[in-house]
Write a protein that binds this ligand. Structure first.
Ligand code: A2P
Length: 264
């Protein structure tokens, strides 16, 4: 893709694609250079996109790498008739893409009050902000134990998350201790897999806690982040509010926070 000569708004910058990985026909991840002087908190999202007919075409994307990393990672779906991802899925190294310089979002540890355990509950591409948080040493400073769950329709859609966990011990900052402090639980809803079912069902049946050999949720000692579809968020929210969890925000930290996963 040739960069077009246009005047970009001050909030946008063109960054170079460094790496692209295709996980399935509908999922891919990529890494870009990082804008100079760009700061964000692990778990936040930015606007990202391409120029189409000289105009920025942007969508919100969670940064899937931690705040200390010198590149930016992203994880995306591919929608064949999606305005952005139908084009974005074809990017290759050295192409330029638009990156918004104003990070924002609620899935940051500052929005949670201190707790012993942090549950990161994700479906689909909702794992992206957690890919950032599990590589941030601050997450481990604030919480003793991290429990990351990822639910997808099929096993192949879990590959990105599995790879993330498999390579965590090679991370330069958290590699030495992260794997011992994280429990990872993956499940599928439309294919046989070692764990089956929606995260809501697995929480209500207690299978999640039994299989991981951990105690049930406790709003006094746990904090939760949720990222998935609106339906998933609403259903998880009902379950956890029933047992005393309270939604936090930038203004008022509390015991859980939510964000909708990217959808084209
Ligand atoms: P299911 O296959 O039973 O719909 P999607 O690809 O539609 O975003 O879904 C990703 C995963 O989230 C799927 O495993 C899906 O399960 C699950 N899911 C969808 N809706 C909900 C919900 N309301 N509560 C919990 N999990 C959900």
């Amino acid at each position: 893709m040739e960069p077009e000569a246009v005047n970009l708004p001050k909030t946008l910058t063109l960054e170079k694609v460094q790496d692209v990985q295709h996980w399935t026909e509908t999922l891919f991840s990529f890494r870009t250079t990082r804008p100079s002087a760009f700061r964000f908190r692990s778990g936040e999202f930015i606007m990202l996109g391409l120029l189409k007919n000289g105009k920025p075409l942007l969508r919100a994307y969670s940064v899937a790498s931690p705040h200390w990393d010198d590149g930016l990672n992203f994880y995306s779906i591919k929608v064949q008739d999606g305005p952005l991802t139908s084009l974005l899925q074809h990017i290759k190294p050295t192409d330029e893409i638009l990156i918004g310089k104003k990070p924002t979002g609620t899935l940051v540890i500052d929005n949670l009050i201190p707790a012993k355990r942090l549950f990161l509950l994700s479906t689909g591409t909702g794992i992206a902000p957690f890919a950032s948080l599990i590589r941030d040493p601050d997450t481990y400073d604030k919480f003793d134990r991290i429990i990351l769950t990822h639910t997808c329709r099929n096993a192949k859609e879990l590959r990105y998350g599995e790879h993330l966990l498999d390579t965590l011990d090679q991370d330069p900052l958290v590699g030495e201790f992260a794997r011992d402090r994280i429990k990872y639980f993956a499940s599928c809803t439309r294919e046989d897999y070692v764990n089956s079912g929606r995260i809501t069902t697995l929480m209500e049946s207690k299978e999640l806690f039994e299989k991981l050999s951990i105690e049930d949720l406790n709003s006094e000692t746990d904090a939760i982040m949720i990222c998935g579809s609106m339906g998933m968020i609403d259903d998880v929210r009902k379950i956890i509010e029933n047992v005393g969890f309270v939604e936090g925000s930038n203004a008022t930290p509390a015991s859980y926070v939510i964000e909708k996963a990217f959808a084209e």
